[in-house]
Design a binder for this molecule. Structure first.
Ligand code: URA
Length: 252
């Protein structure tokens, strides 16, 4: 269930809900329903004029979940280096809350999905959907994250195998799902790692343990969401497909 679920409201005609959610005009939404492309709570609906409660129904079009509650917020933030992953900082240090201050001032109760170290740059999801945030952070859903790391040293052939097989850290073994060496330059290497772990400093600890301390770390992807060329400090709204893919990844 999302935060919106459980709050019951007045039932509304399905085609009206789809039109209000911006899926298609009311007429075109009727066409989608007639073609069997709309699913309500796991069942294809062809009946015209069915009324559903937008506060509780899970509606999909062509398998893509539609966010019905316009109060729900799903943002991709490019957290800059030097910014702490907190919504407010007691010591007045720059934090994620500062970057979305206008939205917090407007009354939105936002959470960051997991953490990035203060000196890591990159993609951080910010939402007011507590259930989605909770699941995305939970290791059992195995949502993958991609990082670009510049490390000290010339990475050789064996590192990928070593990281994929797993390395013993002080709090237990850890491994990556994918590894690639992208560049070697001036005694440094640029590597890409994909993993679904969320333990603190996991990428830095893994690479340091393997003999390659991280000098610079950027998260470029979280599940279905890619950072792209978003400038540090900026945020954007996730699109409908990105949101739906995140829901799907965690069984919502
Ligand atoms: N792993 C790290 O070491 N640091 C981060 O910020 C994220 C993953």
């Amino acid at each position: 269930m999302t935060e919106s679920a459980g709050r019951e409201g007045a039932p509304v005609r399905l085609q009206k809900i789809l039109a209000q959610a911006g899926v298609a005009s009311r007429r075109a939404s009727e066409d989608l329903i007639a073609r069997g492309r709309v699913e309500v709570n796991g069942k294809i609906v062809r009946e015209m004029g069915l009324k559903v409660d937008p506060a509780t129904a899970v509606i999909r079009v062509d398998g893509t979940r539609i966010v019905l509650d316009e109060k729900m917020v799903y943002l991709a933030l490019n957290k800059p280096r030097g910014v702490h992953t907190t919504m407010s900082d007691e010591r007045g240090r720059p934090c994620v809350g500062d970057l979305v201050a206008d939205r917090i001032d407007a009354g939105q109760r936002l959470f960051h999905v997991g953490r990035l170290d203060a000196d890591t740059e990159g993609l951080l999801l910010v939402t007011n959907d507590g259930e989605l945030a909770h699941r995305l952070m939970h290791p059992s859903y195995k949502v993958s994250k991609t990082y670009m790391a510049t490390v000290t040293g010339v990475v050789g052939k064996g590192l990928g195998k070593q990281l994929r097989e797993g390395i013993e850290l002080e709090d237990g073994p850890a491994k990556v799902d994918q590894f690639s060496l992208l560049d070697v330059h001036d005694g440094r290497s640029l590597v890409k790692v994909v993993l679904h772990e969320g333990r603190k400093h996991i990428v830095r600890r893994l690479l340091a343990e393997a003999g390659f301390p991280v000098e610079d770390l950027v998260r470029t992807r979280f599940g279905s969401v890619a950072l792209g060329d978003q400038r540090p400090g900026s945020f954007r709204k996730l699109n409908r497909t990105e949101i739906s893919d995140l829901f799907t990844a965690v069984g919502l």
